[in-house]
Ligand binder design. Structure first.
Ligand SMILES: [Fe+2]
Length: 372
């Protein structure tokens, strides 16, 4: 992990003890993925190295792969230019993180991914199928929101094109690229994903701690619910609607309306456990993961230096004085503010509470589980 940061080794650093006597925990966030396919040369791939102090992550170095440059915090707390330089580097990293967050974490792997799952479910499970009744509340408003995103945000010269660094084409390319390797049994499995990302034991990662408890609650609920309708594994194998649902989830995508989700890593629906695991992942992504990606947007993006959707990345701005030279235009600033305000409105119910139409669709046994 430290290899690309080796040129900070041995140099004076304001936080790190160069003697090596302090064994601190290091974590690296690599945003190379967001810029690899970019046609925009300003989108330099960036990697940030964090060190953990108590339960706080502190950035200690930022590597700009395009410029082959490693930056560290100001070593002199009284040197204004030095402080500005490090602040600018952090703002650029946060801006690149914003492109990743909105493209992959939010749009691609909650909204668009679950759009396909919903279509596959509705194509293959009848309206009265208990598993569609279980899933449907979690797809509420999703298709309408996704449609609005394509015509109001992802449209040509729309919000993404004008007020984010990434263009609509680059955003869709980033999602498509990530989609080629995304697997339900890996990236869609909350616990496995934590292990892969190396954050299983990251101190102060409160989302993981809270989400773990909610994940267990969803899994217990789904397990009890599914067992109401499937007495044994054979019942699962013989449910042709359910089998067709899985077939379409894994079927190759195409643009003529006859394709599926092209989803990799979907377990065979040959036993109850695999169905429970799959449905738990879908409900978790629709609820917990989307909430974590969506609802803090105004808090993060409402103050541009904190998480800028766009900065003025002209090369000479690096050496100009002050951080104001990087700031978005007034139009870009207010455009982000108003969109984030709308996107963070809470219109759906809490987990376990159902709108009347979904509640009425459930039979007495299902309602009994929810009420217990
Ligand atoms: Fe969202």
């Amino acid at each position: 992990m430290m290899n690309r940061f080796q040129d900070i080794d041995g140099k004076p650093h304001p936080y790190l003890d160069q003697s090596g006597s302090d064994k601190k925990l290091f974590f690296e966030v690599d945003l190379a993925e967001i810029s690899e396919d970019s046609e925009n040369l300003c989108m330099s791939p960036l990697t940030v190295l964090f060190v953990v102090y108590s339960e706080l992550l502190m950035p200690v170095a930022i590597c700009d792969h395009h410029r082959n440059r490693v930056s560290i915090p100001a070593t002199d707390a009284h040197e204004r230019r030095e402080i500005e330089r490090w602040t600018k580097e952090k703002m650029k990293f946060d801006m690149m993180d914003a492109q990743y967050h909105e493209s992959i974490t939010h749009l691609g792997f909650t909204h668009m991914l679950m759009d396909g799952v919903s279509v596959c479910a509705r194509r293959n499970l009848s309206d009265r199928h208990p598993l569609l009744i279980l899933l449907a509340p979690h797809f509420r408003y999703m298709h309408q929101i996704n449609y609005l995103a394509t015509v109001r945000l992802l449209n040509k010269n729309g919000y993404v094109d004008q007020d984010m660094l990434i263009s609509r084409k680059e955003m869709l390319m980033a999602v498509a690229k990530h989609n080629r390797t995304w697997r339900l049994d890996h990236h869609g499995s909350f616990k496995k994903d934590l292990r892969t990302r190396g954050v299983e034991n990251l101190p102060g990662y409160y989302f993981r701690d809270d989400a773990m408890k909610v994940h267990e609650a969803i899994q217990d609920f789904v397990d009890e619910y599914v067992k109401l309708y499937y007495g044994c594994n054979d019942d699962v194998s013989k449910d042709y609607e359910l089998q067709d649902f899985r077939t379409e989830l894994t079927k190759q995508r195409n643009l003529n309306g006859t394709g599926g989700c092209g989803m990799q890593g979907v377990p065979e629906f040959e036993n109850i456990e695999n169905v429970v695991t799959t449905l738990t992942s879908f409900i978790f992504i629709c609820s917990v993961e989307h909430s974590a990606a969506n609802f803090p947007q105004f808090d993060h993006y409402g103050y541009p230096p904190n998480h800028p959707a766009i900065l003025d990345m002209a090369e000479h701005k690096d050496v100009e004085e002050g951080i104001d030279v990087l700031m978005p235009t007034t139009k870009q600033f207010f455009s982000t503010l108003s969109i984030m305000k709308i996107l963070t409105m809470v219109m759906t119910n809490k987990l376990g509470t159902y709108e009347k139409e979904y509640w009425d669709a459930m039979d007495r046994s299902a309602k009994g589980i929810i009420e217990s």
